[in-house]
Design a protein around this ligand. Structure first.
Ligand code: SAH
Length: 229
C-alpha cells in the first residue's frame, strides 16, 4: 500500500511514522508513506498556499491551485483509490472504515489548515471526507496520522500473531476483553482464576463473555449494529 500525505507541516508527521508497527511495516515494504510539502506546489513567489475568504469571514482559506497541482502531479504517476480530506464534517472514522481503507492500494490524504480548504477541491477532487471526532483540530496532520496508523496496522504482515488485529476492539462489533500479565498476584490484587487454569476452551468462553459484558455496559449500541448487517 502507498499513502501520500499532502501537508504544509511535513515535520509534524515525521515522528509518528518512524516508530513501532508503522516503522516496521515500512521496513518490510508493506507500506510506503510519502509526505509532500504543499508549498512545493505553489506558483506564488512567497510559496503562499492560503488567501482571504471571499465570504469576508475572519481566517484564511487554503487556495485551490497548490492543492490541484499536488493532486494532479500524484495522479499522473499512479491511480488513486481514494483522495481523502480530513475534515470535522466528514464521515466519522471507525474500524469498518479503517478495514475498508486497508484493502486499497493507493491513498492520498489532504491535511487542511486555517478555516479549511477551498470548497471546489472538495467538490471536484476529493473522493472521501473523514473526521476523527466531533471536535476541531488546528490542522489535519494529527487526523492523517490517526487514519494512517489505524489502517497500516491492519495490513497483512504488519502485526505479529501475538498482536493480531482480529482480537482487538470493534472487530465483530465487540470491545476487547480485559488483559492481564505476570505476576498473578500484586498488592493482593489477583488475576481471575480461570486465566491460570490452563483450560483453553474455558478461557475462550470467559473472554467472549467478558467482551460481551463490557460491550453491553460501555457501548450497547455496537450490539444493535449486529442486527443491521
Ligand atoms: N473551519 C473548519 C475547521 C478548520 S480546522 C470547520 O469549522 O469545519 C483546520 C483543519 O483541521 C481542517 O481543514 C481539517 O483538515 C483539520 N481538522 C480539524 N478538525 C478535524 C477533525 N475532527 N477530523 C479531521 N480533521 C480535522
Amino acid at each position: 500500500m502507498r499513502i501520500d500525505i499532502i501537508t504544509v507541516l511535513p515535520e509534524l508527521l515525521q515522528s509518528p511514522f518512524n516508530h513501532s508497527i508503522i516503522k516496521r511495516a515500512k521496513e518490510k515494504g508493506i507500506v510506503e508513506i510519502e509526505l509532500h510539502n504543499l508549498r512545493d506546489y505553489s506558483n506564488d513567489k512567497h510559496k503562499r498556499v492560503d488567501d482571504y475568504a471571499f465570504s469576508g469571514d475572519a481566517g484564511m482559506v487554503m487556495t485551490i491551485e497548490p492543492l490541484f497541482n499536488a493532486i494532479e502531479h500524484l495522479k499522473s504517476q499512479r491511480k488513486y483509490d481514494e483522495i481523502i480530506y480530513t475534515s470535522p464534517d466528514g464521515q466519522m472514522l471507525n474500524q469498518g472504515k479503517s478495514n475498508y481503507l486497508s484493502t486499497l492500494n493507493n491513498l492520498i490524504i489532504l491535511c487542511g489548515h486555517y478555516k479549511g480548504i477551498d470548497q471546489r477541491v472538495r467538490d471536484h477532487l476529493v473522493t472521501l471526507e473523514i473526521s476523527i471526532g466531533d471536535y476541531v483540530l488546528s490542522g489535519g496532520e494529527l487526523a492523517a496520522a490517526v487514519i494512517t496508523d489505524s489502517v497500516v496496522r491492519l495490513l497483512p504482515g504488519a502485526l505479529g500473531d501475538e498482536t493480531s488485529a482480529l482480537t482487538d476492539s470493534f472487530q465483530d462489533n465487540l470491545l476487547a476483553p480485559p488483559v492481564y500479565s505476570r505476576p498473578a498476584e500484586f498488592n493482593g490484587w489477583k488475576v481471575p482464576d480461570i486465566l491460570l487454569s490452563g483450560n483453553d476452551a474455558a478461557i475462550d468462553k470467559w473472554k467472549f463473555e467478558q467482551s460481551l459484558e463490557r460491550t453491553k455496559r460501555l457501548r450497547p449500541e455496537l450490539l444493535q449494529d449486529w442486527g443491521d448487517e
